[in-house]
Design a binder for this molecule. Structure first.
Ligand code: GDP
Ligand code: IMO
Ligand code: MG
Length: 423
């Protein structure tokens, strides 16, 4: 493997953190390519649980170098606090974390604009981390980048121009009060010494590493159905979590990629608003939420829960070019008598077998289910395919068959050792 992409194949929170941590054992570099601190990636080591927002999930393997690529939007306050937390937990960071000089910064006005916009227009249910407004500035070509933190005068000049403009919007459009330019400049000028040691041209670093035959994991955040181009627009995030985003978000060529692993939860969840055809707003959905501890790792919001959606997954496999899937949280289904898989959608007057990304159409479809028998036993201790009860094996096989993908890994618990590799 030169580059293996780990991509969320649904609406996020599929267990990417666990899978990346586990696969890091066989890699040299783990690189995040998009999103920001809206992500919450959980890694469980023994009885300890860590939630990472910006730092790649390979950090718990001493031999791994972690890279935050140019496609990520970085809140320096969040980054420094995450570094401090890792240090406190005894994780060595120095020399092991590289941050792209070209990554864009999230500033206080981005977070404020994210929040006020959510209060005054159609709600997307964002994480409030300033993600959308920061990517707007990047596309507008007025954004401030990590490298700007190293030049105090340039930073002050760019912040002044940006805040003057944002203050107009905040006061005149949203009726908010003005932000204090001097206070923000003073606060952010202070990051130069703290962040300097991590900053580099990560694209050059990664391409040199590829030349040396190093193994790179590209870690996606969010999920394909939250992709700004291919997801359920407008109920999406503002970046490209799909595999294509790894090339632009890291500055590596498509020819370097040889494996695209889709992380797939054995059922479905979604946080925030937007269409969700298999959502269960009943006691079964509540049961999935309780057993699966389905509460956001970043905001703590209850996740919406429902059955596995094979129509959505087939679409996701297509746009990502998924070569194999890792099925997570199979153990959450242990106690169910019957488990359903959505195999088609019923739209007014027709049956759809392909996924419509148009939110209005998707909102109107009714899922058509295939029902499979549950296994009614505890699989958290299973270490091989043979350890799984026949109905659990049949469920996993059905997911592969119905979605047309190859199942590679099956996860039966949050820890590294609770993972089964299929051939
Ligand atoms: P990510 O954003 O894709 O990294 O996923 P999150 O960390 O937001 O959510 C996944 C949650 O499920 C975390 O709490 C993980 O510890 C947990 N988890 C991952 N794999 C499994 C599994 O196979 N079984 C169970 N029960 N929990 C898991
Ligand atoms: P990980 O990496 C699940 C959702 C938000 C909202 C929409 C837009 O842990 O899988 P944003 O703040 O990005 O502008 O919000 O995207 N969202 C996520 N949902 N997991 C995530 O990350 C998410 N990051 C953003 O809930 O619906
Ligand atoms: Mg998450």
């Amino acid at each position: 493997m030169p580059v293996q992409i780990i991509v969320g194949a649904q609406w996020g929170d599929e267990g990417k953190g666990k899978v990346v941590d586990m696969l890091s054992e066989r890699a040299d570099i783990v690189a995040r390519y998009q999103g920001g601190a809206n992500a919450g990636h959980t890694v469980c080591i023994g009885d300890k649980q860590y939630i990472l927002h910006l730092i790649p999930s390979g950090m718990f393997h001493e031999n791994i170098t972690c890279v935050i690529g140019n496609g990520v939007v970085i809140d320096p306050v969040a980054l420094m606090s995450e570094i401090a937390q890792l240090r406190q937990a005894g994780v060595s960071v120095t020399g092991r974390l590289l941050v792209s000089h070209n990554a864009h910064l999230i500033m206080p006005y981005h977070k404020l604009l994210d929040t006020v916009r959510e209060q005054t227009s159609d709600r997307i249910g964002t994480t409030g981390r300033g993600i959308g407004p920061a990517y707007i500035d990047k596309a507008m070509r007025s954004g401030i980048r990590i490298v700007d933190l190293l030049d105090r005068d340039e930073l002050a000049r760019k912040l002044t121009a940006n805040i003057n403009e944002k203050n107009q919007i905040l006061t005149k459009v949203y009726g908010e009060s003005k932000l204090d330019i001097e206070a923000i400049i003073a606060e952010y000028q202070d990051f130069d010494k703290q962040i300097d040691e991590y900053i580099t041209d990560t694209s050059v670093y990664l391409n040199a590493a590829l030349g040396e035959g190093k193994r790179i994991i590209a870690e996606g955040a969010q999920g394909a159905l939250l992709d700004v181009d291919h997801g359920t627009y407008p109920f999406v995030t503002s970046s490209n979590p799909t595999s294509g985003g790894a090339c632009t978000g890291l500055g590596i060529p498509p020819t370097a990629i040889n494996d695209i692993v889709g992380v797939v939860k054995a059922y479905s969840t979604r946080v925030g608003n937007g269409p969700f055809p298999t959502e269960l707003k009943d006691a079964t959905g509540e049961r999935l939420r309780t057993i699966g501890h389905e509460f956001g790792a970043t905001t703590g919001r209850p996740r919406r829960c429902g059955w596995f959606d094979a129509v959505a997954l087939k679409y996701s496999a297509m746009v990502n070019g998924i070569t194999r899937i890792a099925v997570t949280k199979l153990d959450v289904l242990d106690e169910f008598d019957e488990i359903k898989v959505c195999v088609a959608y019923e739209a007014p007057g027709k049956r759809l077998r392909s996924f419509p990304t148009d939110a209005k159409t998707l909102e109107s479809v009714r899922p058509v289910y295939e029902t499979l028998p549950g296994w009614r036993s505890d699989i958290a201790g299973a270490t091989s395919h043979d350890d799984l009860p026949p109905n659990a094996r049949a469920y996993v096989e059905a997911l592969g068959r119905i979605t047309g993908t190859k199942v590679w890994l099956v996860s039966v618990g949050p820890r590294r050792d609770q993972t089964i590799t299929l051939s």
